[in-house]
Design a protein around this ligand. Structure first.
Ligand code: HEC
Length: 218
């Protein structure tokens, strides 16, 4: 019979084995789970410009009229490929999204801009709906030019009708003129660096890679 008090080999192997088991349970296993969870979290904003646009979005108070939250209808469940999921609220389905916003989507949003009131449409996926920067320039300069009857206030301070100096043209973006935009005759329209940042942010809101989470039972 091997005696743990006298067998050197056992005295070494037993604590070493317990140590390795503890390392796996306390460190390696949680790290593997965390790695899997991290992959489910959407990436932060794609670049510095979009990040700055987000700050402008906050400071212009766009959030008073726009939400960023696709709500789930918790009263009903459905099965998708054998997975139990909660569908999107009917009123929110008009924003073209089939998946309600998941908590992970706000992981890099500091603070989350979910909003409280919808005077305008939800913007959670506006970049997927409206990916054209020029459209956003037209809309910000004069919402009614692309959305007849719109009550969104124009944001003309984000534009200039005088050509920027040649060495600064790179920071601005020329806006194509369309009918009904209301730019004074003979003038050009340029999006300022702030307008470019704001629109970069709007276009980055696509919810790309968001996956439907399985609903817990009940
Ligand atoms: C007073 C309320 C109000 C404010 C403030 C406001 N919006 Fe809007 N917005 C609306 C309304 C109403 C619409 C729908 C009509 C339209 O398309 O213009 C809209 C539409 C939009 C759309 C088009 C969305 C779509 O899916 O068609 C975008 C993009 C947008 N707003 C961005 C902004 C940004 C960026 C700001 C801040 C600079 C802002 N809005 C501030 C009311 C507002």
């Amino acid at each position: 019979m091997v005696n743990i008090h006298t067998s050197h080999r056992l005295l070494f192997i037993l604590p070493a084995t317990i140590y390795l088991i503890l390392v796996f349970v306390c460190a390696i296993w949680p790290a593997l789970i965390q790695q899997e969870l991290d992959q489910a979290v959407p990436k932060p904003f794609p670049n510095e410009l979009a990040d700055r646009g987000r700050e402008l979005y906050r400071s212009y108070n766009c959030v008073t009229c726009h939400t960023q939250q696709i709500r789930a209808d918790h009263r009903i469940h459905k099965e998708v490929d054998g997975v139990r999921v909660v569908p999107v609220l009917k009123a929110d389905a008009r924003f073209g999204q089939e998946i309600a916003t998941q908590a992970e989507e706000y992981a890099h949003h500091e603070p989350p801009l979910m909003g409280t009131q919808r005077t305008g449409p939800d913007l959670m996926s506006v970049g997927a709906r409206l990916p054209d920067a020029q459209w956003h320039y037209w809309h910000l300069y004069n919402p009614q030019s692309v959305s007849p009857g719109s009550i969104m206030p124009p944001h003309r301070f984000l534009f200039t009708t005088t050509r920027p100096p040649a060495d600064q043209e790179f920071d601005f973006e020329k806006v194509h003129l369309i009918k009904g935009l209301g730019v004074p005759k003979g003038k050009e329209l340029w999006a300022t660096p702030d307008a470019k940042a704001l629109v970069e942010y709007l276009i980055s809101l696509t919810r790309e890679g968001v996956v439907q989470a399985e609903e817990a039972g009940g």
